[in-house]
Design a binder for this molecule. Structure first.
Ligand SMILES: [Zn+2]
Length: 367
C-alpha cells in the first residue's frame, strides 16, 4: 500500500487502532478476515454495520426476505424507498454497506439457507454471526460451523429480551447443547408474536459484534466464555457459565480443524448439485410456515423466469409488483405469492402449509 493509502487507512480506523487490544496489528488482521452474517433483518443489519465500519475485509450477508414497512422500526440499514421497491434485504443492505465503507468487499446472497445449500455461503468464512429469526436455522448453522471448526456467534431477541453466546468448536458446547430443549419454546416466543424493541436488538448485536471483532483481530483469549440473557425493560442481566464441549454430543463432542473437508460436507456438495437440477418434479417441494408471520415459504425444485411469470399474471389480469429480484402477485382473498428466481415462493396471508402448497400447485404449475 502506498503512503497516502496507508495514511487514509490509519486515519479511517484511528479510534479503533488506538484501542490497545486491537492496535495496528489487530486492524490489519480484521482487513484480512471474512465474516458471514446469516439473516439480514434487525440483528443481521446491525451486525453487518458494525463489522463493515470496523473494517472486516469481506462481509458476506445472506437473507431470504425483502424489505417491508414493518421492518423499518428496527432494521437500521433500510429506509422507506427500500420498502416501496420491495428490495431483497441482502441487496438493500449491501448498497448501504458499500456506501459506508468502499474499501472492503461486501457480498450479498439472496437465498434461504438450508442443509442443501449451506456449503457455498460458508466458503472461506472465519466466523459466522447469527442474524436469523428461527431455531431451526440457528441449529443448522451451529452444526455446520462445528463440523468446519468455525466459531458461531449466537444471538436472539424477542420483546425486550435478548440472549447471546460465542460458541467455539473444540472449546464450548454447540447451540443444541445450549438451547436444545428451549428451541421449541423459542419458536413460540419470537419477535413476530412478542414484538421487539430496537434497543434490545442493538444490545444483542453489540454483544455479538464485539466477540466477532475480538476473534477476527486476533484477541481469541478475550472471547467471553459465558452466555448472557437480559431484559432491557425490567433491566435484569443474567450471565451463566458457558458449558464446555460435551463428550457425548455428535456435534460439539469432536474437534475438527478449520476447513477440513468432512464426508458430511462432501455429501452436502452432492446434495447441492442434485438440488440444482432442473427437474420439474414436485416431489422435493418443501413448505415451512414462518412463525407468527401469516406466511409460508414454499421451496420448489424449479427456477422461475420472473419476466415470463410477470407476463402470465398480467395476461390473467392479476395485480402485481415486480423488480429484478422478485415478483409479488395479489391473489383473490388477500393472499399473495412472492416468487424468487431460485424457486422459492413466499405465500403471504396464509398460515397453513397445505393451503400454500395448494395455491402454488394451482398458480405455478406452468407459466
Ligand atoms: Zn453439542
Amino acid at each position: 500500500m502506498h503512503k497516502q493509502g496507508n495514511d487514509l487507512w490509519a486515519d479511517r480506523y484511528d479510534r479503533q487502532i488506538r484501542f490497545a487490544p486491537i492496535g495496528t496489528a489487530g486492524q490489519a488482521k480484521l482487513a484480512e478476515a471474512q465474516a458471514l452474517i446469516v439473516g439480514c433483518g434487525a440483528l443481521g443489519a446491525s451486525l453487518a454495520q458494525h463489522l463493515t465500519r470496523a473494517g472486516v475485509g469481506k462481509v458476506r450477508i445472506v437473507d431470504r426476505d425483502f424489505v417491508e414497512p414493518s421492518n423499518l422500526q428496527r432494521q437500521v440499514l433500510f429506509n422507506e424507498a427500500d420498502a416501496l421497491s420491495m428490495l431483497p434485504k441482502a441487496v438493500a443492505a449491501a448498497d448501504k454497506l458499500r456506501a459506508i465503507n468502499g474499501s472492503i468487499e461486501i457480498e450479498a446472497l439472496v437465498m434461504d439457507v438450508n442443509h442443501h445449500n449451506l456449503a457455498a455461503p460458508l466458503e472461506g468464512a472465519d466466523i459466522v454471526l447469527d442474524g436469523t429469526d428461527n431455531a431451526a436455522t440457528r441449529l443448522l448453522l451451529s452444526e455446520a460451523c462445528f463440523a468446519r471448526g468455525i466459531p458461531f456467534i449466537y444471538g436472539g431477541v424477542a420483546g425486550s429480551q435478548g440472549m447471546s453466546a460465542a460458541l467455539v468448536p473444540g472449546e464450548t458446547c454447540c447451540l443444541r447443547c445450549l438451547i436444545g430443549e428451549e428451541a421449541d419454546a423459542e419458536e413460540g416466543q419470537n419477535c413476530d408474536t412478542a414484538g421487539v424493541l430496537s434497543s434490545s436488538v442493538e444490545f444483542v448485536a453489540s454483544l455479538q459484534a464485539v466477540e466477532a471483532v475480538k476473534w477476527l483481530s486476533g484477541n481469541r483469549d478475550a472471547i467471553r466464555k459465558s452466555w448472557i440473557a437480559a431484559d432491557l425493560w425490567t433491566f435484569s442481566v443474567r450471565e451463566s457459565a458457558l458449558p464446555g464441549r460435551s463428550a457425548g454430543c455428535p456435534i460439539c463432542g469432536r474437534v475438527i480443524a478449520k476447513r477440513d473437508m468432512t464426508s458430511h460436507e462432501q455429501m452436502q456438495a452432492g446434495k447441492e448439485s442434485e438440488a440444482g437440477s432442473s427437474s420439474a418434479s414436485w416431489c422435493h417441494t418443501a413448505a415451512v410456515a414462518l412463525c407468527g408471520r401469516d406466511s409460508v415459504q414454499v421451496t420448489l425444485p424449479v427456477t422461475f423466469q420472473l419476466e415470463k411469470w410477470r407476463e402470465t399474471f398480467e395476461r390473467l389480469g392479476y395485480e402485481y409488483k415486480a423488480n429484478r429480484y422478485l415478483l409479488k402477485v395479489e391473489l383473490p382473498e388477500s393472499e399473495r405469492l412472492v416468487l424468487f428466481p431460485d424457486g422459492r415462493v413466499l405465500v403471504q396471508g396464509v398460515a397453513d402449509p397445505a393451503r400454500a402448497l395448494q395455491l402454488c400447485s394451482f398458480y405455478l404449475t406452468r407459466p
